[in-house]
Design a binder for this molecule. Structure first.
Ligand code: NAG
Ligand code: NAG
Length: 360
């Protein structure tokens, strides 16, 4: 009994949570009708604030972040300053880079991601700051040596220049290891009712056509720390399974899908499969048995093929013709017959429409 209690205690303690704070800065040149500087801040992958070169004023994207701005004008001022300073700095950087790389014409994008991950159990902090140019890694800060890593020859000039700026590198060290952790804790404390909640998703089985993989789709969960997998006879499957990414919904929750290719599974064996959703911090998993009756689809069953034994070449030929015509018919149906809700297949890119489709 004592051992059991200890084990329970251990299990509880052994679930540390890594919280994160990330800032993304995007500076562009040559892109028409788009602000040339955009910054966003995310706590635990939830959009917290936004600012751009047109409005210049940070905009809170969560109720708790609005309240924080009202209660703590100094913090709001810090955010406003960051928005302006980063804007000037990265606009200057992109101009220097364009010159250096002889790319004064055309569209160019300079991106930065920085922030930290904080383990609420061990207190361990991982800070990061990295830049990208035109969609590829450009330069990254190394917290161990307080120098810059240039993965490409084009970035070597920048590396040497930035390495010499000791004061700036010391600032990065302080910001990424100390200030960033203080900020995560502040945000988690302010937004705890929302950021530290757990919300279980709705789970659906979706299938585009009777021959498509069956997609196990979970939507509406929070936080983004979740796992989903298929199992057969109680064992996790790795073959014929395709895992989708965790994607944000518009309402601050998340969604994900895992597809299972059933083309070599006989109908009698279907009952041996089930989809399991596990949310970090939740006691119970959501288990969905594979069952034809609960699969949602927009597939409209085509008219039956001529059935029964086929005698003689002429009938065979007629059948072939019929199959061809039916084939065209099926194709047309697939083309026109799908309702807008066909975004419920796993390849959809609009999370909210999937959610709506799934709930219809
Ligand atoms: C850019 O052009 C100048 C002069 O035309 C040349 O000296 C330099 O090597 C070029 N730089 C790159 C990165 O191609
Ligand atoms: C499913 O598996 C079969 C054979 O195992 C393969 O031919 C087919 O392309 C797969 N389908 C998908 C959508 O991956």
């Amino acid at each position: 009994m004592k051992d059991f209690m200890l084990l329970l205690l251990f299990c509880h303690v052994a679930s540390p949570v890594k919280h994160s704070l990330k800032f993304f800065f995007t500076t562009s040149s040559g892109v028409k009708n788009f602000p040339d500087f955009v910054a966003v801040g995310l706590v635990d992958e939830v959009l917290m604030g936004y600012c751009d070169s047109i409005s210049k004023i940070p905009e809170a994207k969560q109720d708790w972040a609005k309240k924080l701005g009202d209660d703590d004008p100094q913090h709001l001022e810090w955010c406003t300053q960051q928005c302006l300073l980063n804007q000037y700095e990265y606009k200057a950087d992109i101009d220097i880079l364009k010159q250096q790389l002889n790319q004064t014409e055309g569209v160019h994008i300079f991106q930065k991601m920085d922030g930290c991950e904080w383990d609420d159990e061990t207190g361990e902090v991982n800070g990061f700051a990295q830049f990208g140019y035109d969609g590829e890694d450009f330069i990254a800060f190394d917290l161990k040596t307080l120098t810059w890593i240039a993965p490409k020859p084009q970035a070597v000039i920048t590396k040497h220049k930035w390495d010499r700026d000791r004061a700036n590198n010391e600032w990065y060290n302080y910001y990424l290891t100390q200030h960033c952790t203080e900020l995560v804790k502040k945000y988690l404390d302010y937004g705890k009712s929302s950021l530290l909640r757990t919300e279980l998703p709705s789970v659906f089985l979706l299938q585009k056509t009777p021959y498509s993989p069956v997609s196990c789709h979970a939507t509406g969960f929070y936080p983004h720390r979740a796992e989903m997998f298929w199992r057969k006879d109680g064992e996790e499957l790795h073959e014929d399974v395709e895992h989708g990414e965790i994607l944000p919904n518009h309402d601050g929750s998340f969604q994900m899908s895992v597809d299972l290719n059933l083309s070599s599974v006989t109908p009698e064996d279907w009952r041996r499969y089930e989809c399991v959703f596990h949310l970090s911090g939740a006691k119970n998993d959501i288990v969905t048995k594979l069952d034809k009756a609960v699969i949602r689809t927009n597939w409209v069953s085509p008219s039956e093929f001529p059935a029964g034994p086929v005698i003689g070449g002429v009938v065979g030929l007629l059948l072939l013709l019929a199959v061809c015509i039916t084939g065209v018919f099926i194709w047309r149906r697939r083309d026109n017959g799908f309702r807008p809700a066909n975004s419920s297949d796993s390849s959809s890119s609009d999370p909210s429409s999937v959610k709506d489709a799934a709930l219809n």
